[in-house]
Design a protein. Structure first.
Ligand code: FAD
Length: 345
């Protein structure tokens, strides 16, 4: 019997699951609220530049990540060569302890990970479709999704939920399933908290050279949490221009999350100029931003509570299951879930 699999979310975890199911006897449908795929590993294009305003790159501390990335095709693959340095609360910049791991993206952007993985599957992706509720048909042992426009998707024999924990918890609260275990699952998922990050994209009509690609605030006491030079990625920024990615600290980001871009962007640029000790950075010629309410999970979930409902065909995946906001960890967590789903045929 062909297994009908529904996946909510086309981030690294959802796509990883679809990839793991590509050789199984499964009919896979991914329902994604955004226009694009790859979730928080996101790429945007503006004024001739291309930039990553969520995850900056995919690190590969393990051989299987590198093997998978190379397997997707080396055309346009970018390994950022310049290292990541560090700075402290006083803005003191120092050489970092670079572990020499690859920092992968693509000239066409980090979303190539999702696009290339999906291209080798038969999965159907329904974009711009926000799932609002889930219904269980106990007699048929299936799941059906209802979206924000009232459309339905399914029935599915297996359902995999991959949105960040607070969004998954909202979906579970809107799940019509009369099973005593659901409360335990909701409680476990609600327990996972996230750090918020507001990213600013600062463009300048000049380019300076530095020995680093990125600067990370190691004592977590500076308003800027991360600063990087998008021009270090081939094909992202035209010659002679520079584009800085400033990810503000969770405290700053939470306090200034809803402030207008011109106001908050001016303040962020001033902090960047002070950090780089160069006044020119206080005056970018254009600015963009993105708020990530659920940027990085603070810890993992009680996995036992979630595993307890897999026999009803309900599965979960994402960075919040491993407790670390990393693209490759979400991807492999989704892959593992996909393998368990394939094994549950
Ligand atoms: C600013 C920032 C910087 C980061 N830097 C790095 C980095 O340099 N390196 C690194 O490895 N990682 C980094 N990360 C973390 C990394 O991006 C994430 O850990 C990873 O992308 C998570 O993948 P995921 O599939 O678990 O979740 P997501 O990517 O969040 O995917 C979940 C998907 O579900 C969709 N969705 C949510 N609700 C619904 C719904 N109701 N209906 C339909 N679809 C829905 C979302 O639109 C999304 O596409 C960073 C993250 C942020 C925000």
């Amino acid at each position: 019997m062909t297994l009908r699999v529904g996946i909510v979310g086309a981030g690294a975890a959802g796509i990883g699951a679809a990839d793991a199911l590509r050789d199984a006897d499964a009919d896979v449908t991914i329902v994604e609220k955004s226009r694009g795929v790859c979730g928080r590993a996101a790429t945007r294009r503006k004024n001739g530049c291309r930039y990553e305003h969520g995850a900056n790159y995919i690190k590969d501390p393990d051989e299987r990540t590198e093997a998978l990335i190379r397997d997707l095709g080396e055309d346009g693959l970018v390994d950022v060569e310049e290292p990541v340095w560090v700075f402290d609360a006083d803005g003191e910049v120092a050489e970092g302890d670079d572990d020499g791991a690859h920092k992968w993206t693509w000239t066409a952007g980090i979303t190539q990970l999702g696009k290339r993985l999906l291209a080798r599957t038969d999965a159907t992706v329904r974009r711009t479709t926000r799932v609002e509720s889930v219904t269980r048909d106990e007699s048929a042992a299936t799941w059906t999704l209802t979206d924000a426009d009232g459309g339905t998707h399914g029935p599915f024999d297996r359902l995999l939920l991959t949105p960040p924990a607070p969004q998954t918890a909202a979906l579970l609260r809107a799940t019509d399933w009369d099973d005593g275990r659901l409360d335990d699952v909701v409680a476990a998922v609600e327990d996972v908290s996230y750090r918020t990050i507001r990213t600013f994209v600062l463009h300048y009509p000049f380019r300076e050279s530095y020995p680093w690609y990125g600067l990370v605030n190691v004592d977590k006491a500076h308003e800027v949490g991360w600063l990087s030079r998008e021009e270090c990625k081939d094909g992202h920024v035209p010659d002679g221009e520079s584009l800085l990615i400033a990810q503000m600290s969770p405290e700053w980001s939470t306090a200034r999350y809803d402030d207008p871009l011109d106001e908050a962007g001016d303040d962020a640029a001033a902090l960047v100029a002070a950090l780089l000790d160069d006044d020119r950075y206080a005056d970018p010629d254009w600015v963009d931003d993105q708020g990530w309410r659920y940027a990085l999970p603070n810890g993992g979930v009680d996995a036992d509570a979630l595993a307890a409902v897999e026999d009803a065909g309900l599965f979960f995946a994402g960075d919040w299951l491993v407790g670390e906001g990393r693209v490759h960890r979400a991807l492999w967590n989704g892959h593992d879930a996909g393998e368990r789903i394939a094994g549950s045929e």
